[in-house]
Design a protein around this ligand. Structure first.
Ligand SMILES: *[C@@H]1O[C@H](CO)[C@@H](O)[C@H](O)[C@H]1NC(C)=O
Length: 207
């Protein structure tokens, strides 16, 4: 069991003042799901154990980082069996590279502790999915079970139900990963798992 508070050393530039400048994205910002991210928006990133077929047709473990929605984080906090080994929470500014309205990459170095000891890839469409996942926490304060830079493995990890990836491109570089390098590492199982989580939650609620 591990619940660890990590020190993030990245120095984030002081947010420039925007006097007199109305960003286009703030024009349609009434819906919390549409508002641009702010530096302290919540990101939960999971280390998930998936599987990929090797050349000999054998399934090998393939670990990925992927963003969790508020619903997913709440679900695994409830002890539902999932492929998530551990989870780390980050402020959006420590997760995304570049302008939060239009991130250019992921600050992989800030996820080092989460992936320590594993060969990890980024999930497919990581930027788009992360932006969307982060916004789900705006309506679910109670889902923020980890503090920023806190990591936990107190979850019900299981690979009994295997998530299969189409193919995997390793991201071993400690450098930031640019969007054009983020790759189709994500399999069709995702929808299935989402559905599965929903079903399990419903089962729990009905119990
Ligand atoms: C993990 O999930 C399984 C299946 O639902 C359950 O039997 C088991 O008790 C859970 N373990 C923990 C530690 O919650």
């Amino acid at each position: 069991m591990l619940r660890l508070l990590l020190l993030i050393t990245s120095v984030s530039a002081f947010a420039p003042a925007t006097f007199g400048i109305l960003r286009p994205s703030s024009l349609h910002a009434a819906d919390p799901m549409q508002k641009p991210l702010t530096p302290t928006d919540y990101m939960a990133v999971g280390l998930a154990c998936c599987f990929a077929m090797n050349d000999n047709g054998k399934l090998n473990e393939a670990w990925i980082f992927e963003p969790l929605t508020a619903g997913s984080l709440e679900t695994i906090e409830h002890g539902i069996e999932t492929s998530y080994k551990q989870v780390m929470a980050l402020a959006a500014e420590d997760f995304f590279e570049g302008d939060l309205n239009e991130p250019t990459g992921i600050k992989i170095q800030n996820l080092q502790a989460l992936g320590e000891g594993y060969e990890v890839s980024l999930c497919d469409n990581v930027i788009e999915r992360s932006l969307a996942a982060s916004r789900t926490f705006r309506r679910r304060e109670e889902a923020k079970s980890l503090e920023f830079n806190e990591m936990s493995d107190e979850y019900n990890f299981s690979v009994e139900r295997k998530r299969i990836l189409n193919h995997v491109v390793e991201v071993n570089d400690a450098d930031n990963v640019k969007q054009d390098m983020s790759i189709d590492v994500y399999g069709r199982e995702e929808e299935g798992e989402g559905e599965d989580l929903k079903n399990q939650i419903e089962a729990l609620e009905a119990a």
